[in-house]
Design a protein around this ligand. Structure first.
Ligand SMILES: Nc1ncnc2c1ncn2[C@@H]1O[C@H](COP(=O)(O)OP(=O)(O)O)[C@@H](O)[C@H]1O
Ligand SMILES: [Mg+2]
Length: 267
């Protein structure tokens, strides 16, 4: 990956993700009042209501290697949408996104999990979905399970797992994929305190390996601790980016002034 020496890196950091004038628009058909009568009526009229959401607007941004980048913002700010675009799950509506490396993301893995299967089967399913071979998964299986701390229940169906346990397994699989760029979308606060500490350690280790870590979270305290830079998004736009403490402070005072429901979230 990086061929720069440590002293060079303080001056120039290689770009992991380059985003230019990105726009993402969702177009969905909408059932405003989903009663049977209503639906039949609308079908009869063959009329469709379309809802257009500008989830990301004119966003230009570079995310470098060798640092942890935090993303904050209220619900609906467009954070997850941006992550899906970086992960290649959603194509941009306008603008351009270039990704210089292999991306692994917890969100696409979570989608790959099947609740009826056991934890063990889901490790294989998630690994295969992410492009690992069966042999590669065999090789990593024990360390994945050990990291998740789920040895005792790994052969139980996943539906018997708490959501914290599910995200522990997802994190463990995703971190084992050896990604250049690792995206964690709101999965840090779901595990218990001990796992949180473990995942933060893992993130730090990946950062020292010169990877790019992108962490979306409402856990502002954690972000302040682990991030080198924080990006605040609102209504699909970049509001502020820079030194974590400064951006988090600005976001907090915005929340207080706006007295939005998000003020109750994990600080
Ligand atoms: N699959 C989808 N279809 C239509 N609208 C969506 C979809 N996903 C998200 N949105 C809308 O896009 C906006 C941004 O959502 P999202 O990226 O999930 O924000 P965040 O992760 O910051 O909470 C919201 O208004 C949300 O309702
Ligand atoms: Mg989200």
């Amino acid at each position: 990956m990086s061929s720069l020496s440590a002293s060079d890196k303080t001056l120039v950091r290689e770009s992991a993700v380059s985003i230019r004038s990105l726009g993402l628009v969702y177009k969905t058909t909408l059932d405003r009042r989903p009663t049977l009568r209503n639906r039949l009526g609308r079908l009869a009229r063959r009329k469709r209501q379309t809802r257009i959401v500008h989830a990301v607007r004119d966003l230009t941004l570079d995310i470098p290697y060798g640092q942890v980048t935090g993303i904050i913002g209220s619900n609906g700010a467009g954070k997850s949408t941006l992550m899906r675009v970086i992960a290649g799950i959603l194509p941009p509506t306008t603008g351009k996104v270039e990704v210089f490396g292999k991306v692994s993301t917890l969100l696409s893995l979570g989608v790959g999990f099947n609740n009826k299967l056991t934890g063990r089967e889901n490790v294989y399913l998630g690994g295969l979905a992410a492009g690992m071979s069966r042999d590669q998964i065999d090789e990593k299986f024990d360390s994945i399970v050990e990291f998740s701390g789920l040895e005792e229940v790994i052969d139980a169906p996943m539906r018997t797992y708490s959501s914290g346990m599910q995200s522990r397994l997802a994190f463990s699989v995703a971190a084992s994929l050896d990604p250049d760029i690792f995206i964690i979308d709101e999965a840090l606060s779901t595990g218990d305190a001990r796992f949180k500490v473990k995942s933060i350690e893992r993130i730090r280790q990946m950062k020292s390996d010169d990877r790019a870590l992108i962490v979306v979270s409402h856990a502002l305290k954690v972000l302040r601790e682990i991030c080198d830079e924080v990006i605040w998004m609102d209504k699909g736009r970049l509001v502020k980016r820079g030194e974590p403490l400064e951006v988090i402070k600005a976001y907090r005072s915005f929340l207080e002034v706006g007295s939005s429901p998000e003020t109750d979230e994990d600080f």
